[in-house]
Each structure stands twice: as structure tokens, then as C-alpha cells.
Design a protein around this ligand. Structure first.
Ligand SMILES: Nc1ncnc2c1ncn2[C@@H]1O[C@H](COP(=O)(O)OP(=O)(O)OP(=O)(O)O)[C@@H](O)[C@H]1O
Ligand SMILES: [Mg+2]
Length: 256
């Protein structure tokens, strides 16, 4: 029996008459790290935008953790456990790393305001709990020593770790990563790779990873989906897709 974290069925998206995501279907099993690769313009980021509710599909369906999630906006998908990383907002730059993680807790703003008016003690407790959880998430991404730093003062790679901590704080058990290794110093790419593997192993977090760094995909993915011209060109283990002549011709030939 399979236990899918996500079922993608026939997702389609057109921009001005051009079909950019074309009838894409695949299943992401729970606890899997699924790599999504393909040439520039293949439709990978657009597919992520459909999966995370940033864009509405023109057709097709999506199920997340056993629930029909077709057409849901990002915050509703987050409640189902699916979150994608976002570049840190500029206005959060001046807050500390710890505060950035605390603010990623779901639905906390309204609750806090309400609580502050009605039940000050309960609010203090909720804030203490949030802070405790935030410390735990920082430990998971090895950012504890930087908790008191302003987010603006982190390196590019450390900002990626903070983005991951924010996903975890939001309660994500499915995380979508769009080129998290791009532009990151090589030693931090290794650290991010090991972190993803550790979160997957120790906490069962499911990942969908878009990367042009093929070593990253090879080392991490238990399954790979290859897209080209909006369609799924091949899928299977890394070794399986890497041996596929169509994949070599459309992508790996130029990447190698
Ligand atoms: N908002 C938009 N309006 C019109 N066309 C778009 C829009 N977003 C993406 N596209 C087009 O859709 C196609 C797929 O783009 P997408 O960014 O999804 O590719 P990708 O696989 O992520 O590429 P890369 O590897 O370069 O990031 C491209 O031809 C792109 O120009
Ligand atoms: Mg892209």
C-alpha cells in the first residue's frame, strides 16, 4: 500500500496561449525526496507555483496528505502541511533570526492580539511556547549560534537555512525547494544537502527539490521527475532517468 503525500493529476497551466505546464501527473510518496529536473523554461517553477497555490491551474487536480487541495491558496495548503520556501521579506531583515522563525508560526498574529486583550497570561504562555519551538527549529537547521543576529547579517547560505527553519515552524511536513543551492558557497551547499537528508530521515519530512546541481539531485533524491517543454519526460530512480537517451539529449547532455 502506498501512502502518498501528494497526488498531482493532469495539472495544466497556459500563459497567453502557450501551455507551460502540460498535463503533468506524478505521485510523491510520504517521506520521499523527489528531485525535479529539466532544462531552463521546462515549467518546473510554474509547476511549483501551482503546487503551492501561488498560481491557479487551468486544469488538473492536486491532493495533499489525502485531502483534495485543488485551487487552495497558500495559507490553506500550509494548514495541510505543504509549504514552499520564500526569500526572506525585506521588512523582516532587521528582526533577529529567532524572531523571524517565531513569526512563521501559523495563525499566530490574530490569536496573539485577541489573547492579549482577553487573557494576558495565556498569551505570555503561547509566546513562550512559540519561542521554545523556534529554538528547536533553529537547532534542527544548525542556526542556534546565530539566533540573536539580524537576518540581514546572515550569509546567503545561512538565509536559506533560515527559510527552511521558517517552513518547519509553519508545521510543514512537505517542503518545496526551488533551487535552494543556487548561488550558495560550496561548503554550505553540502551542509544544506545533509540537512535535507537529516530532516527527511529523523522527522520524515517529504521534499520536492528543483535543482540544476545534478550532484545534489543524485545524492538526495529517492525518485526523479524530468520535465521538458511542460511535460513529464521521464521518472524513476536517478540511475534510471540518467540512462534515458531522451533525458540525456534534452538535459543531461548539456549539463554534463
Ligand atoms: N508569469 C508568466 N507569464 C508568461 N510566461 C511565463 C510566466 N512564468 C513563466 N513563464 C514562461 O513559462 C515557461 C516555463 O518557465 P518556468 O520558470 O516554469 O521554467 P523553469 O523550468 O523553472 O526554468 P528554470 O530552470 O530556468 O528556472 C518559460 O517559457 C517562461 O518564460
Ligand atoms: Mg525555475
Amino acid at each position: 500500500m502506498t501512502d502518498p503525500a501528494m497526488v498531482v493529476s493532469g495539472l495544466t497551466k497556459c500563459f497567453g496561449g502557450v501551455t507551460v505546464v502540460d498535463d503533468v501527473s506524478f505521485v510523491v510518496e510520504r517521506g520521499q525526496i523527489l528531485g525535479l529536473i529539466g532544462p531552463n523554461g521546462a515549467g518546473k517553477t510554474t509547476l511549483f507555483n501551482l503546487l503551492s497555490g501561488v498560481l491557479k491551474a487551468d486544469g488538473g487536480r492536486l491532493a495533499v496528505n489525502g485531502t483534495d487541495a485543488t485551487g487552495l491558496p497558500p495559507h490553506r495548503l500550509a494548514r495541510l502541511g505543504l509549504v514552499r520556501t520564500f526569500q526572506l521579506a525585506r521588512e523582516l531583515d532587521q528582526l533577529t533570526v529567532l524572531e523571524n522563525v517565531m513569526l512563521a508560526a501559523q495563525d499566530n498574529v490574530g490569536e496573539r492580539l485577541m489573547g492579549a486583550l482577553l487573557r494576558p497570561t495565556a498569551t505570555a504562555r503561547a509566546e513562550r511556547d512559540a519561542q521554545e519551538r523556534a529554538w528547536e527549529m533553529l537547532a534542527r537547521v544548525s542556526l542556534t549560534p546565530h539566533a540573536g543576529k539580524r537576518a540581514a547579517n546572515l550569509s546567503g547560505g545561512q538565509k536559506k537555512l533560515l527559510e527552511l527553519a521558517r517552513c518547519l515552524m509553519a508545521g510543514a511536513d512537505i517542503i518545496l525547494l526551488d533551487e535552494i543551492a543556487a548561488g550558495v558557497a560550496p561548503h554550505l551547499v553540502e551542509e544544506i544537502k545533509h540537512l535535507i537528508a537529516r530532516l527527511n530521515r529523523d522527522h520524515g519530512t517529504t521534499f520536492l527539490v528543483i535543482e540544476h546541481n545534478i550532484g545534489f539531485i543524485r545524492d538526495l533524491s529517492s525518485r526523479v521527475v524530468v520535465m521538458a517543454s511542460g511535460k513529464v519526460l521521464a521518472e524513476g530512480s536517478f540511475a534510471h532517468v540518467a540512462a534515458n537517451p531522451a533525458v540525456i539529449e534534452s538535459y543531461l547532455g548539456q549539463a554534463a
